[in-house]
Design a protein around this ligand. Structure first.
Ligand code: TYM
Length: 327
């Protein structure tokens, strides 16, 4: 029996943080036994904002090494670099002719990223969700594991696929987003009302996967907490403590209720120390594994992944071109 297909991507646009890991990458690892998985380092997405060429090159390999460190197994899953498979750019162009300006103007990520500078951001940033739709649709993907911030883009992908299938013949598979009940939106440490992000200015807002563990501990100790002193999950009134509870719970495997009991009659200080310790333990183990993976091996895995991805993508692109009369 064929396993259902999964596709997801991560941008090499900044240092990956525990939000990327807990919201998305842990899902990738858990799903690879029951699905036919394809995971992509989406470099063409990263260049929608200006990147330093040397850092970009370095980060592409870094993301591949982080995938491997987290436990993505290249024997089970395909790991590849987006720009190594030209069909992504090609289908993206075709889907740009299916997408409407009004669809793209609704995208909250574009609104957030462009802010008041809309006239000066690249057209690529505006069309970014269409490239994401091409990524997903090329592989007849059924399930897209992501964090909560990407759900709107997967919804757009569904709409574009349906519109294409309606305008032409049933060609494209309609995918579904998959988010975790806990961890789909890890919040910033300095401002727990905003999601943790690679691009937030303050490094104190995020724990990066390659942070020195002692630095990460300091970041946790400095995290914004809330008024009161009770360690209790209540996102509305206690977003800071609730976020730290989520992080602790996902790293330690203890559920939130158990943690609340453990910290009854203890203050925020004790609780933060415990979270900082959990983060330190995790990063120390994770980074030891990361350091064992060689850049050259990671490059080979990406090259091999592209070889396996190309024929799958080509097949969908061929069907699409036939439907619209390009061949
Ligand atoms: P990116 O690179 O911003 O993030 C990678 C993954 O991490 C998730 N994520 C989070 N999850 C929980 N809490 C957070 N604070 C947090 N921040 C980020 C993201 O939701 C994502 O799953 N457009 C995508 C990349 C992409 C893609 C695709 C994803 C390109 N093509 C096709 C799926 C399918 C992005 O920018 O992710």
């Amino acid at each position: 029996m064929l396993k259902p297909r999964i596709f997801s991507g991560v941008q090499p646009s900044g240092n990956l943080h525990i939000g990327n890991y807990l919201g998305a990458i842990t899902q990738f690892v858990a799903l690879q036994n029951n699905y036919d998985c394809i995971f992509c380092v989406v470099d063409l997405h990263a260049i929608t904002v200006l990147q330093d060429p040397d850092s970009l090159r370095k980060r592409i390999i870094e993301v591949a090494r982080l995938f491997l460190t987290a436990g993505i197994d290249p024997k089970k899953s395909i790991i590849f670099q987006q720009s190594d498979v030209p069909a992504h750019a090609e289908l993206s162009w075709i889907l740009n002719t299916v997408a409407r300006m009004s669809d793209l103007k609704k995208m909250t990520q574009f609104k957030d990223k462009s802010g008041r500078e809309e006239a000066n951001v690249s057209a690529g940033l505006f069309a970014y969700p269409v490239l994401m739709a091409a990524d997903i649709l090329l592989y007849e993907t059924e399930v897209v594991p992501v964090g909560d911030d990407q759900v709107q883009h997967v919804e757009l992908t569904r709409d574009l696929a349906k519109r294409f299938n309606h305008q032409f013949k049933e060609t494209l598979t309609i995918p579904k987003a998959k988010i975790l009940k806990s961890g789909a939106r890890i919040m910033g440490l300095d401002d727990p009302t905003k999601k943790m992000s690679k691009s937030a200015e303050s490094e104190y807002s995020r724990i990066e996967l390659l942070d020195e563990p002692s630095v990460a501990m300091k970041k946790i100790m400095r995290a914004t907490t809330d008024s009161g002193s009770e360690v209790k999950y209540d996102y509305k009134n206690k977003p800071g403590i609730s976020n730290l509870l989520t992080i602790h719970s996902l790293l330690s495997g203890k559920d939130i209720k158990t943690l609340e009991k453990e910290f009854v009659n203890k203050g925020y200080g004790d609780f933060k120390k415990a979270v900082a310790n959990e983060v330190k333990l995790f990063l120390t183990k994770f980074q030891a594994k990361y350091n064992e993976i060689d850049d050259i091996d990671a490059r080979k895995i990406l090259d091999d992944g592209a070889k396996r991805a190309r024929p799958i993508a080509k097949k969908t692109l061929k069907k699409v071109k036939e439907e619209i009369g390009l061949n």
